[in-house]
Design a protein around this ligand. Structure first.
Ligand code: HEM
Length: 491
């Protein structure tokens, strides 16, 4: 009996030891791994960013980790990230295909699709369509200004009062992308926008959070009826309804929005075996909406948090805005060329917001090398954008909010190469143009019309962001006052 027990114990121990993930030859170094768990115990599942920084100090700019049994390489610092995502773009532009987020998005759309023809065709289509249809400078500016009017209405109703800006900025960013995708803007209390924004915020917390880590580490839990895919499915149904309505009301060849453009493209391609399909369109629309809402609104939230708590910076912005826009009823995106300080502030807001701290995970498409290490095909690659956005040696003030990071000695705007909030290389953010336009036009218009004040009874500001695939500031309140302009009617 005792001998059987010992034998059984030895067998189990042997199996467990065999299950311990092992680093391949010349793989980047990293902490010791445990059977089954890999390095999960080295990371805080709530917010691993500090752990990533500590591991970087121990193992250097390129190190490895095991997410359960899956090997991952974390890339830090501008040089390593440039080598991987730009110099060796073809090797490092894949996406992992067996993560929580792949299952949620059904391996369709663009964000999580692997590097290959479907991704390339859909990315090209989106860039072209957004350029012709929405991003084409003037029409997009019109749309953004149209939405800004609704932000202004909300703020005007709250003059002298204390307001929570979270939902307002989320709704505004969502509406801008909804107009591009579906040709519709929604009132802020509309059921559709409430549901889609709730889903975006929920999924953003889930996607890099503890549940996703467990899901990614333990394939055996995949088929359990887990709660977190429900929100996505609900919104998917709403988008299917919208696409069906488009199919009924569209006139072929006269697109009103992104969905119509895609349906035209489907007509054109017929059954040529391409990756374009109605199912793709549903997830693609959700992809673009998701990618374009939480990112922009969280950056705006961070911006106003720092502007309120740094009133001298807010005032300097307002002085520049008043000087450059004198006699103009509203700001245009081209005005940025005459506003170096405002440009520096919007960029510094993006740097400090660090909105997508670990980018979107990449994956190697073939056996490759990075900084002298060997990395096999199919390895998860985590570009740690946080490590670049506050990298010592790259910034004048890496750890404080200071627009001087983007100004030279002559007060001109300069953009250091470590400014990578949109990542780099072929997978770089597809909505960069739209996002930059939104951030500039919204911030300038609001700062021109209102003064934002940190409420007297709000205590000390807490700048620690809430971690997720996109980071957001902790909920806060703002006090809004109106600025009176004597000579110009501001629209
Ligand atoms: C401040 C705002 C934004 C930030 C900081 C941001 C940042 C990022 C980052 C870091 C990535 C990952 C790139 C990589 O994998 O290397 C990304 C991808 C992406 N973003 Fe954005 N983004 C923003 C706004 C937008 C907007 C407005 C849109 C919508 C049009 C958008 C659409 C996308 C898409 C579709 C991808 C996936 C690209 C691909 O896989 O080829 N983003 N973004």
């Amino acid at each position: 009996m005792f001998a059987t027990f010992i034998l059984l114990w030895l067998c189990v121990s042997f199996i467990i030891v065999q299950m311990k993930p092992r680093r391949p030859k010349n793989f980047p170094p990293g902490p010791l791994t445990l059977p089954v768990l890999g390095n999960l115990i080295n990371l805080s599942l709530e917010n691993p960013l500090k752990d990533f920084e500590m591991l970087r100090k121990s193992y250097g700019n390129v190190y490895s980790l095991f997410i359960g049994p899956k090997p991952a390489v974390v890339i830090n610092g501008v040089n390593a990230i440039k080598e991987a995502l730009m110099t060796k773009a073809n090797d490092f532009s894949g996406r992992p295909q067996d993560l929580f987020i792949n299952d949620v998005t059904e391996r369709k759309g663009v964000v999580m699709v692997d590097y290959g023809p479907s991704w390339r065709d859909h990315r090209r289509f989106a860039l072209m369509t957004l350029r012709n249809f929405g991003l084409g400078k003037n029409s997009m500016e019109e749309r953004i200004h149209g939405e800004i009017k609704h932000i202004i209405n909300t703020l005007e109703k709250n003059i002298g009062k204390i307001l929570s800006p979270q939902v307002m900025f989320h709704n505004a960013a969502s509406n801008i992308i909804c107009q591009v995708l579906f040709g519709t803007r929604y009132e802020y209390d509309d059921e559709f926008i409430r549901e889609i924004v709730r889903c975006v915020r929920e999924n953003s917390k889930l996607a890099n959070g503890p549940w996703a880590m467990l899901y990614d580490s333990f394939p055996m839990i995949h088929n359990l009826p887990l709660p977190f895919t429900k929100a996505f499915r609900n919104v998917e149904k709403l988008v299917i309804k919208l696409v069906n309505e488009h199919k009924k009301t569209r006139v072929a060849g006269e697109p009103r929005d992104f969905v119509d453009c895609y349906l035209d493209e489907l007509d054109k391609r017929g059954s040529d075996g391409s990756s374009f399909s109605e199912e793709q369109l549903i997830i693609y629309s959700l992809d673009l909406h998701f990618a374009g809402t939480d990112t922009t609104s969280n950056t705006l939230l961070t911006g106003f948090l720092y502007l309120m708590t740094n009133p001298h910076i807010q005032e300097r912005c307002q002085q520049e805005i008043d000087r450059v826009l004198v006699g103009k009823d509203r700001v245009g995106f081209d005005d940025r060329h005459n506003m170096p300080y405002m440009q520096a502030v919007t960029h510094e807001v993006q740097r400090i917001a660090n909105t997508v701290p670990l980018s979107v995970f990449h994956c190697t498409t073939k056996d490759t090398e990075l900084m002298g290490y060997s990395i096999p095909k199919g390895t998860i690659v985590i570009p740690n954008l946080t490590s670049v956005l506050n990298e010592e040696g790259q910034w004048k003030f890496p750890h404080e909010f200071n627009p001087e990071n983007f100004l030279n000695d002559q007060g001109e705007f300069v953009k250091p190469e470590a400014f990578m909030p949109f990542s780099a290389g072929p997978r770089m953010c597809l909505g960069e143009g739209l996002a930059r336009m939104e951030l500039f036009l919204i911030m300038v218009t609001l700062l021109r019309k209102f003064k934002f004040i940190w409420p007297e009874d709000a205590g000390e500001p807490d700048y620690t962001p809430v971690y997720g695939i996109t980071q957001t500031p902790k909920p806060y309140h703002m006090k809004v006052l109106c600025i009176i302009h004597l000579n110009t009617v501001i629209k």
